[in-house]
Design a protein around this ligand. Structure first.
Ligand code: HEC
Ligand code: HEC
Ligand code: HEC
Ligand code: HEC
Ligand code: HEC
Ligand code: HEC
Ligand code: HEC
Ligand code: HEC
Ligand code: HEC
Length: 300
């Protein structure tokens, strides 16, 4: 290899190295100079959790189940002994000076995402790529609106009652799940997380699955195909379950959107006068409304 080629090779290797450094640092923007105004800790040395708790004795973890304990008590962990600095950044320039340490309560959602994602880019229901396209992220809700740095409950939530955590911000959902017909969320049979992943914008509405696929995970008997499909359901190429049902709650039976005129929205030629007392489905006629294997009119 000629000298020139050799230097070209080392030049391009250098470039690759530089780009990888750039990519690495892009993942951890919060620890780069200039990103957080006035912050002096980005190039500091680490001091270790034991040093932090010398001054912050009130932050000595109360149990082995706190976040910092999970890091500091596991010799297999990369940041073993340096758990505090995993979230607060290296403490060498701090010594009581607030400019030398990160305080998540003062940081933007974007930067907190960087901090947490250093260790969690993909853990079960959490994935950073799905998070940054979620409605929560777009609305500037941050990890620390739901997760605390210092609690020891499961998932380190700011409110260990997960349902109450959601109702705090989504107060109108409390009344939806109190309606006459509702998915049994308050009864503990299903949770918000049975249908939603609060970390993921993969599907609209932060749902765990798209459209009717979501409903079929629990209501498999409605999936068909039936000998006689009602083409409203997505399985039959129609509009899907939510054409007729609300997902949360309804003051009509069976989560229905309309108590009476449900069918007439599409079957405009079928006035109530041509039919029996009750509704099309409750008068004893079209009872197999989701599809039938025996009758093209969905009779029983
Ligand atoms: C020498 C004592 C000392 C040590 C060691 C120390 N701190 Fe502090 N820390 C303080 C004092 C004092 C304050 C309050 C500063 C103020 O409010 O002006 C403080 C403030 C903080 C704050 C809040 C900063 C803000 O912007 O409000 C955090 C977070 C913090 N420390 C974390 C840590 C962590 C993590 C470590 C270990 C890496 C650590 N401290 C080590 C004395 C110390
Ligand atoms: C220095 C690394 C580190 C950082 C930074 C970090 N974590 Fe963790 N986290 C861990 C470790 C270690 C565990 C234990 C589970 C594991 O091994 O993955 C954990 C577990 C969790 C769990 C699961 C707990 C459970 O009960 O299943 C949640 C939720 C979590 N972290 C949220 C966060 C959030 C939010 C942030 C940012 C504020 C964050 N983490 C920052 C290391 C870290
Ligand atoms: C709107 C509230 C909310 C926000 C915002 C939020 N989380 Fe969570 N997170 C939860 C809840 C609730 C759970 C419990 C499991 C579940 O319901 O999916 C959880 C679970 C987790 C888990 C454990 C995953 C598992 O299935 O074991 C990790 C890791 C996690 N969150 C990290 C984060 C990080 C990092 C951020 C910010 C980038 C964040 N979360 C933002 C509410 C939230
Ligand atoms: C998983 C991330 C995480 C770890 C690990 C962690 N903290 Fe925190 N810390 C936070 C968050 C987030 C806050 C903001 C308040 C909250 O959510 O609890 C905070 C708040 C603080 C504060 C209070 C700042 C204020 O506003 O008054 C101090 C001091 C502090 N942490 C010190 C420590 C020390 C010391 C350790 C190690 C023993 C530690 N932290 C470990 C995430 C973490
Ligand atoms: C700190 C406040 C806060 C908490 C806590 C919170 N959310 Fe949200 N959530 C929001 C905001 C703000 C939005 C975006 C605006 C909107 O659509 O309401 C949102 C959006 C959503 C959406 C998508 C709405 C859409 O229009 O597509 C769902 C689903 C959701 N949240 C579910 C949950 C669940 C489940 C929990 C409990 C684990 C939860 N949220 C906890 C504030 C919060
Ligand atoms: C049986 C499944 C299911 C359960 C359980 C569920 N949701 Fe939903 N949710 C949905 C569907 C489906 C949508 C409609 C999504 C879309 O198309 O925008 C939705 C929409 C939402 C929206 C945005 C639109 C709106 O109606 O405001 C929010 C916010 C929301 N859900 C919060 C919650 C909360 C909080 C809980 C728990 C208390 C919960 N959901 C439980 C299925 C469910
Ligand atoms: C996580 C499981 C789960 C998912 C997903 C789910 N459901 Fe349900 N659904 C239930 C449970 C549990 C009940 C209560 C059954 C009972 O009481 O026998 C129920 C009841 C219903 C009812 C009857 C309500 C009543 O008042 O009797 C309807 C209608 C319904 N679901 C429609 C849907 C639709 C539409 C979807 C999709 C948007 C859906 N479900 C998704 C679990 C689920
Ligand atoms: C054309 C309107 C319509 C569509 C579309 C529809 N439903 Fe229904 N659904 C009804 C009516 C009417 C009832 C009440 C009569 C009955 O019990 O069959 C009902 C009842 C239910 C019930 C409670 C009673 C039972 O049979 O278990 C569930 C669960 C349900 N639907 C799920 C679904 C799912 C899942 C889908 C999407 C595949 C869907 N529905 C699509 C009209 C509809
Ligand atoms: C979103 C529109 C829509 C709604 C709402 C709807 N249907 Fe249908 N239904 C259709 C379509 C499309 C067909 C396919 C036949 C056609 O083209 O008319 C069909 C077919 C039928 C058939 C088979 C006989 C026929 O006309 O081909 C019956 C019976 C029926 N629907 C009853 C009902 C009943 C009862 C309800 C209320 C519970 C209902 N439908 C609600 C769209 C709808």
């Amino acid at each position: 290899m000629s000298k020139q080629n050799q230097s070209r090779l080392s030049l391009s290797l250098g470039l690759v190295f530089f780009i990888s450094l750039l990519l690495l640092s892009m993942e951890v923007r919060s620890f780069e100079p200039g990103v957080i105004e006035g912050y002096t800790g980005y190039d500091a040395a680490k001091v270790g959790s034991a040093t932090c708790t010398m001054c912050h004795s009130d932050q000595v973890p109360e149990s082995l189940l706190t976040h910092v304990s999970l890091i500091d008590n596991n010799p297999g962990n990369e940041e073993y002994g340096y758990g505090c600095e995993g979230c607060h950044g290296p403490g060498g320039n701090h010594n009581g000076d607030p400019a030398g340490i990160l305080n998540p309560s003062k940081l933007s959602s974007e930067i907190i995402t960087d901090i947490c994602s250093r260790c969690h880019s993909d853990l079960n229901s959490f994935n950073t790529d799905e998070w940054v396209v979620s409605e929560h992220y777009f609305a500037d809700v941050s990890c620390t609106d739901c997760h605390s740095g210092h609690t020891d409950n499961q998932w380190f939530l700011v409110n260990s009652d997960r349902l109450e955590l959601c109702y705090t911000c989504h107060a109108e959902k409390r009344s939806e799940f109190s309606m006459r017909s509702h998915h049994p969320v308050n009864e503990g049979q299903v949770g918000c997380d049975s249908c939603h992943n609060v970390h993921s914008g993969t599907y609209e509405g932060q749902l765990i699955k798209d459209g009717d696929e979501l409903c079929f995970t629990c209501h498999i008997d409605k999936q068909g195909p039936f000998a006689y499909d009602h083409p409203v359901s997505m399985a039959a190429g129609g509009d899907g379950c939510q054409t007729c049902h609300f997902a949360h709650g309804s003051n009509s039976d069976d989560l229905l959107r309309l108590p009476q005129r449900l069918c007439l929205q599409c079957h405009t030629d079928r006035g109530p006068s041509t039919h029996f007392a009750g509704t099309c489905w409750s008068a004893g006629c079209h009872v197999e409304i989701h599809g039938s294997n025996t009758d093209p009119l969905f009779f029983n």
